[in-house]
Design a binder for this molecule. Sequence first.
Ligand code: GDP
Length: 339
Amino acid sequence: MAKNINKISLPNKIKPSAVTYFNEIKKGNTTILAKAITLIESLNAAHQEIAQDLIELCLPLSGNSIRIGITGVPGVGKSTFIEALGSHLTDDNGNKVAVLAIDPSSKKSSGSILGDKTRMNKLSVNKNAFVRPSPSSGTLGGVAKATRETIILCEAAGFDVILIETVGVGQSEIEVKSMVDFFLLLMLAGAGDELQGIKRGITEIADALIINKADGENLTSAKIAAQEYKNALHLFPANTNNWIPTTATCSAINNTGIAEVWQIIESFKNLTKLNGTFDSERKKQAKYWLEHAINYNLKELFYNNTEIKAKIETIENEVQEGKLSPFKAAKQLLTIFKN
Ligand code: GDP
């Protein structure tokens, strides 16, 4: 009898190791935070159990930050900019800054955005900053899920500015957009718009277009480009949050315009907190992530089901050979799964 009660209460019981992690994270222990993120990123079932318990513990302490997405083509100056903005926030504003990355293509190669920590020399050793490279493997969905969960842990550890970096090359922006309050696109004056993502609609989801490298010979062209974008932005319909996307210039390397970029973000925060869209957006995002998690888990359950595993290849072949329609095949597989 006692055994049964134990069995029933077990799923709701928080793992003791999760509590140990939580107590250290609450104190702002970044070594333990880093270890906990490794659990989140792990595919090992036992690690995942601890990670999920830990997220549940951290959730009530999360949410008190501004989450900022930063994107732009490789070479635009994202790491230099993050280093400059992060240092400004920690040194001049007293913030605690966490830097995360979404880069599913990252294999810790030269293309990896945060794989090489030395790119953020100052922030990496700043005691009020936490720099976490993107997981080196995994699907975009998996990496995005891990990043979203990592945000919760970082907030529980007291980080009040979360910067999420992504390369400006497609789907990862949409994922980042769904987990941040403010989305910033870094650009260069004179580089082709297409190359920078204008045609792919990134500008439509950006809250600010910042022209970086506004220094030396580039200064004038950067200012002209900023004005041109400003004019172009008027052609877009107003956002539901009443925020008009802003343009500005900066030089990440010279530290000019960085404080102004932060002021833009502060204005955005003030406006959207006041009109309620800051919170309503976060609620929408939470719903999106619930759906995302359901889809993700259902897929995992489906493809890991022993019956499905045994039959899927034959059915796939039949579909490819035209013997079975994809729709009928899917129905057949789902019937097998449900039974
Ligand atoms: P990322 O690939 O977008 O992360 O770009 P990086 O931050 O690695 O910068 C790419 C190159 O541009 C590096 O050589 C930087 O030193 C340089 N860079 C970054 N910001 C600026 C800037 O504001 N002005 C100038 N002149 N160069 C910059």
